[in-house]
Design a protein around this ligand. Sequence first.
Ligand code: IMP
Ligand code: MG
Length: 177
Amino acid sequence: MAFYERDVDTMIDTDTLQARIRELGVEITKDYQGKDLTLVGIMKGSVFFLTDLAKAIDLPLTFELMGVSSYHGGTETTGEVRITHDLTKPLHGKHVLVVEDIIDTGLTMKFLLENLGARHPASVKVCTLLEKPSRAKVKVAIDYKGFVIEDRFVVGYGLDWGEKYRNLPFIGVMKAD
Ligand code: IMP
Ligand code: MG
């Protein structure tokens, strides 16, 4: 029995996940023809998605990582976001695609869009693997999304519960949730 089976149920299995990521890759490949594309992955949650998505895009892209942590007031983000790891290259003139694991309240993405937009990129768009629209507090335009999910706490494929379960190859839901 795998280590997680007692605690986690499958929500989106590996094949479904990978098939959808290939579709997103095809779409992004079409949209960014001839453009200087930089993927900006948000650590740590988006790292698994970022690497699979990058492989599904047939373009000479570059990628960067940015680390952010949100201050939590109780169980929710307060919207105050701190940069824990900044980009190593300027974004001036680049077509930036922000790659996130999940958009929940939207507060983290709102901060990121303001922060990245101030670096004078040619464009900024958003790609998220998951969206929980029932929890949105601010409206953020999502250009590419993998799956819309109900309001459950999910883990796996980068998403964590107390830093654990990121290494599951599928999206799961905590049985206790
Ligand atoms: P937002 O600012 O509320 O949109 O928060 C987004 C961040 O909260 C994500 O990047 C995740 O790190 C975290 N998060 C939100 N929902 C979940 C979940 O169901 N499981 C794991 N992490 C989550
Ligand atoms: Mg995150």
